[in-house]
Design a protein around this ligand. Structure first.
Ligand code: FES
Length: 154
C-alpha cells in the first residue's frame, strides 16, 4: 500500500502534465522510490490514480528495465549490455561481477546486499562499458575498476 506522502507526490506530478496518464513513468518511479520495487498492489493503486487500467500501466513497467518488478538488494548493480557496451566487453563485465558478487544475473545475493541485472542502454555509450549502481554511474569499466568500486560498497 502506497503511503499518503507517495500518493501526494504522484498527484503533484500529475498536475504538471496535460493528461493524468502522461505522468505514468514519473508515478512509477515515485512509487518505486518508496517501495524499492513495484508490487501488484502498488501498480493497481497507481493505475487508479492515473485513471488507466492496471494492464496499461503494467505494459510501461514491463518495457523499461529501470522499473524493478521484484525486490532488489541494497546495491542494485545494473550493467548495460546494449550495443556500445557489448562491443566493449559488457558480457565480460557481467561475468566478473557475477563471480565477485557470487550471484547470477537477475538474482540477489542471499544477504540481500547485491542484485545483478543486465539493462538496456543507459545513455552513456561514449563511456562504455558502464554500469549503474543505485543512482550512480560507473564508466569505462575494467576489472581493476570493478574491484575498486566493490571495495567501496562493502
Ligand atoms: S550502450 Fe551502454 S550506455 Fe549506451
Amino acid at each position: 500500500m502506497l503511503s499518503n506522502k507517495t500518493i501526494e507526490n504522484i498527484k503533484k506530478t500529475i498536475a504538471k502534465y496535460p493528461k493524468k496518464r502522461s505522468a505514468s513513468m514519473d508515478a512509477l518511479m515515485i512509487a518505486q522510490q518508496e517501495c524499492g520495487y513495484l508490487t501488484e498492489e502498488a501498480l493497481r493503486e497507481i493505475a487508479s490514480i492515473l485513471d488507466i487500467s492496471t494492464v496499461q500501466l503494467n505494459e510501461i513497467a514491463a518495457f523499461y528495465t529501470m522499473y524493478n518488478k521484484k525486490p532488489v538488494g541494497k546495491y542494485h548493480v545494473q550493467v548495460c549490455t546494449n550495443v556500445s557496451c557489448s562491443l566493449l566487453g559488457a558480457e565480460h563485465i557481467v561475468e566478473v561481477l557475477s563471480k565477485k558478487l557470487g550471484t547470477k544475473k537477475g538474482e540477489t545475493t542471499p544477504d540481500n546486499k547485491f542484485t545483478l541485472s543486465e539493462v538496456e542502454c543507459l545513455g552513456s555509450c561514449g563511456t562504455a562499458p558502464m554500469m549503474q549502481i543505485n543512482d550512480d554511474y560507473y564508466e569505462n569499466l575494467t576489472d581493476a575498476k570493478i574491484e575498486e568500486i566493490l571495495k567501496g560498497l562493502k
